[in-house]
Design a protein around this ligand. Structure first.
Ligand SMILES: Cc1cc2nc3c(=O)[nH]c(=O)nc-3n(C[C@H](O)[C@H](O)[C@H](O)COP(=O)(O)OP(=O)(O)OC[C@H]3O[C@@H](n4cnc5c(N)ncnc54)[C@H](O)[C@@H]3O)c2cc1C
Length: 580
């Protein structure tokens, strides 16, 4: 049952209380409540996704953040690597969490990513091969919106058609798709074609998948919560922000946290909710460490400075944040068939909206990117003389290219005229690490978020090389007569020094921060959760969301987080013993 705010709840104790209804929390709540013996409460600070048309329309994803009522509206600290710019850092605040506002690119990560998670946690259950059963439960491959023949665009045996989230190839062809693919033939040494990047072999350039079914966003709210809505053992409360976890006793000599305080907003009544078994934190890479710190679990010096009494001193809480920096690169193109016009011209928009409303096709039902690629620096790159290769392994990438049929630049709004193509670059194996910390015991005060983007020699080197690679890509014959001039500063960035200046002035984030409650091996002297996702040094608490990933994966992050949430739910279910 869905409750509109905490004061409507008719009971306050459940077997499990899950905090946060995003990629992690929605999966856990839905999977746990499959067992009718288990009672579950899902607590979400934001509103419902139901009835918000712009959330459902894929291309309108661009309008959902930053700084809207669906967003937590965070801003980073000034970033030294980005000329001290502070940037907006969106996070979804509604059922589905960031999966209800994201750009829906869908992948699982590389084989190396999961094998590295298994090796650092000493738990073979995180290995790629073992995790594929969870991919089966997550992905439901469906036809693209335009029902085109997808032969050659994917390897069907690498996909699942029985999972919860609808996934499809691009349903609206654009004039750049065939040119991207032609370039993989023309410059195949540097930019080889990848026949399917969902199956763990991510390197190369190929067709992009998105969590879209029938031209509509398939978020965790749509794929997991909606089908579970009729279960009498699952309650969902929205407009309910968890503000603190409280100690309820001691178990095996460690503090037990089985009570969570929630409230609708600052000043509203506070309700105490009790979990008979466990509280699962799925408030995301920013929400989870913040809640741990507010509850006295964190670095004792930081907690003292914030006026919070320490219950468990753990300096790893809020540290080790890794993220993918994003660098948009834009060119003028000789075409009027780009999405710039649809989003800018009210008449064209009306026509597209009518088409989407009629049969969910056309530009508004489309993916943000039809093609993307995952690439490595050459082995001989000079940076490897001084920096150990930080990629997860030889089958993992250093940077990504996303090909977008319009102007993309989070820093600069699109100009009033012109048609564009963007090659958006993302730094995939960063060596920079950031952090998040509270500065006050007030749960409504914003935490200090420092992703620390592009703070190392490796990161700036890789982005400069990636810009040069993007320029080589668009200078292929396939783009002749289509690509015109570079714009937005790229046109004058020629030497390495000029490109570095351009990178620092234009880089943003692609919103994939993870790692702030990272898992590590049992007994390790760092890390926040054990490989079974239980918070170290306490009883009754687990974390299931992006914050547990010790390294940012070779993927847009929702896919890997869905997979860890499916396994997380399995681990919790295995430990469940009904009360006598
Ligand atoms: C603009 C944008 C574009 C993106 N594009 C893509 C993409 O194309 N592909 C992709 O794979 N990934 C993308 N991502 C990233 C991806 O969506 C996230 O990595 C993923 O959703 C994170 O899952 P999570 O469960 O860790 O957190 P979230 O999905 O963010 O969920 C956390 C939930 O917890 C709630 N919450 C937080 N604190 C509290 C509290 N104290 N009390 C109660 N509830 C709380 C939040 O409101 C939210 O609903 C994008 C993200 C953004 C913001």
């Amino acid at each position: 049952k869905l409750y509109q705010n905490p004061s409507q709840l008719v009971k306050t104790d459940y077997d499990y209380i899950v905090v946060g209804a995003g990629a992690g929390g929605a999966v856990v709540a839905a999977r746990l409540s499959e067992d009718p013996r288990i009672s579950v409460l899902l607590v979400e600070a934001g509103i419902s996704n139901e009835g918000i048309t712009d959330v459902a329309i894929p291309l309108m994803g661009l309008s959902l953040t930053p700084n809207t009522m669906l967003d937590w509206n965070f801003t980073t600290t000034p970033q030294p690597g980005l000329n001290n710019r502070a940037i907006a850092y969106p996070r979804g605040r509604l059922l589905g969490g960031s999966t209800s506002v994201n750009y829906m690119v869908y992948m699982r990560g590389s084989e190396d990513d999961f094998n590295r998670y298994a090796s650092v946690t000493k738990d073979s259950g995180w290995k790629w091969d073992h995790m594929q059963q969870y991919a089966q439960r997550n992905e439901n491959l469906v036809s693209p919106g335009d029902q085109h023949n997808t032969t050659g665009q994917l390897i069907p045996s690498q996909h699942s058609t029985s999972g919860a989230i609808s996934v499809s190839l691009a349903g609206n062809p654009t004039p750049i798709d065939s040119r991207v693919i032609a370039t993989t033939r023309e410059l195949s040494d540097e930019f080889p074609f990848n026949p399917d990047m969902v199956g763990g072999n991510i390197l190369g350039i190929g067709w992009s998948f998105a969590s879209i079914g029938n031209g509509t966003r398939s978020s965790s709210a749509v794929g997991y919560l909606a089908p579970a809505a009729g279960r009498s053992n699952l309650d969902v409360v929205i407009n309910a922000q968890a503000t603190k976890l409280e100690v309820t006793g001691k178990v095996r000599n460690v503090p037990s946290f089985r009570r969570v305080l929630v409230t609708e907003k600052a000043g509203a009544p506070v309700l105490a909710l009790t979990a008979k078994h466990e509280i699962i934190l799925s408030a995301g890479t920013f929400g989870t460490p913040t809640l741990l710190q507010l509850s006295g679990i964190g670095d004792r010096n930081e907690l003292r400075a914030a006026g919070v009494a320490t219950v468990v001193h753990n300096p790893s809480v809020g540290k080790n944040m890794s993220d993918h920096a994003l660098l948009p690169n834009v060119w003028n193109v000789n075409s009027s068939d780009t999405y710039d016009s649809v989003l800018r011209n009210p008449d064209e928009f009306k026509v597209s909206l009518a088409q989407w409303t009629k049969d969910r096709t056309g530009p508004l039902g489309s993916h943000i990117t039809n093609n993307l690629g995952w690439l490595r620096l050459p082995k001989t790159a000079s940076i490897f003389k001084t920096t150990h290769d930080p990629a997860a392994g030889p089958k993992s990438s250093h940077f990504e290219m996303l090909f977008v049929n319009m102007w993309v630049n989070p820093n600069v709004p699109p100009p009033p005229t012109g048609n564009f193509m963007s090659v958006v670059l993302a730094l995939i194996s960063p060596t920079s690490r950031g952090s998040i910390k509270i500065t006050s015991s007030n749960p409504f005060a914003k935490p200090l978020i420092n992703p620390n983007l592009v703070a190392t020699d490796f990161d700036i080197f890789t982005l400069v090389e990636a810009v040069k690679a993007a320029k080589r890509f668009v200078s292929a014959k396939a783009w002749k007569g289509y690509i015109q001039d570079a714009v937005g500063g790229l046109e004058t960035a020629k030497t390495d020094k000029q490109i570095e200046a351009y990178v620092r002035e234009n880089t943003n984030t692609i919103w994939h921060a993870v790692g702030t409650a990272a898992m590590s091996a049992k007994g390790a002297n760092y890390g926040v959760v054990d490989p079974d996702l239980k918070v170290k040094g306490v009883d009754g608490l687990r974390v299931v969301d992006g914050s547990i990933l010790p390294f940012v994966p070779n993927a847009h992050t929702e896919g890997p987080i869905y997979l860890i949430a499916e396994r997380g739910a399995d681990l919790i279910k295995k430990d469940f013993r009904p009360h006598p």
